[in-house]
Write a protein that binds this ligand. Sequence first.
Ligand code: IZC
Ligand code: ZN
Length: 422
Amino acid sequence: MINNADLLLTNIGQLLTMDDGLNRAKRGEEMNKLPLIENGAIAITDGEISFIGSSDEAKSILAKEVINCDGKLVTPGLVDPHTHLVFGGSREHEISLKQQGVSYLDILKQGGGILSTVRETRNASEQSLIDKGLFHLDRLFSYGITTLEAKSGYGLDKETELKQLKVIKELHKQHDMDLVPTFLGAHAIPEEYKQNPDAFLLEMLNLLPLIKEQQLAEFVDIFCETGVFTVEQSKQFLLKAKDAGFQVKIHADEIDPLGGTEMAVEVDAISAEHLVGASDYGIEKLAASNTIAVLLPGTTFYLGKEQFARARDMIDQGGAVTISTDFNPGSSPTENIQFIMNLAMLKLKMTPEEIWNAVTTNAAYAINRGNKAGKLIVGRQADIVLWDATNYHYVPYHYGVNHVQRVFKNGKMVYERRNLCD
Ligand code: IZC
Ligand code: ZN
């Protein structure tokens, strides 16, 4: 019997534990299964989960505080495996260009887009980036995210890339959110290297020993795209990053179908991201590999494209899929992962079960946190969301609003929705 719980959540209508007994991401048909306890309860002691079971079993638990969940849904804290969290400025000044039909890649070619954010980020002080990051992290908490990946990539020079990575480290310290850092120095070709992208890639590779030594990033990523880096440049870059001791990720086939998906499999990337233009062959190879597909339907929506990533083919062929906000100032300015879940239902044709697996356990595996986040298991850190919904189908169904009632991170309440009539 537990007699020292700090908190007991009881009378939970549906408790999604995601505890599948697997030590890896769910794939194919596994993604359509959802471990669930009805009329459940969960207790927290010293920031960790100390009990999971039925409300009846929980009656004997002595807890300092008890929350009656009134038959509502409880899930693990959500995991966002792909964000560009730290950046200076914003890009609303590009709205009219977009509305005139100038494409994302053309805006970049004109020195705007990512390069506009690079100028702002180079000019921003470390403190201003920290303050801005804290603001966005609070908002990400409010939508139920308790762990996220954050990329650099708005410096494109030694000083600013390191500044961004240090800011991510500092945010991890100062904020309750768990942050996982990725070095995306190869995010665009800076103006000063326009004529010599290979020399720029070499400069970014030369930073890797220092980044490793100071533990500033766990992953290395590259934007493989028309007008940015070719498949061959990306492959060589990622192989060298692996030699330097990093696991690799890749922005692949986001806009143009270049073949980045199959290359991601060739270099055994932990994840391949976007994949909107993935070929039949790429999907086949991906589905048979250990590389996790990180799909970003909010970006496709925000870029005004018709064709979304082929999640159904990826899952039906046995692949592992997750989804993410892609939070960034250009192609996906939103912290609302629930809207992304709506889009995954509507546009990716993912089932509610697949969507919940995507935003919890699979997202955690895509950033090497599978043994820490994304599941509710006794002994793990208590990252828990209480939803203002009685069942898990409701969240991807009722779109555009925030369904979170409370968020607990390491057992501590970090967000509570106020009554609408307050
Ligand atoms: O700032 O536009 N796709 N990188 C690759 C992005 C989107 C972020 C941005
Ligand atoms: Zn991205």
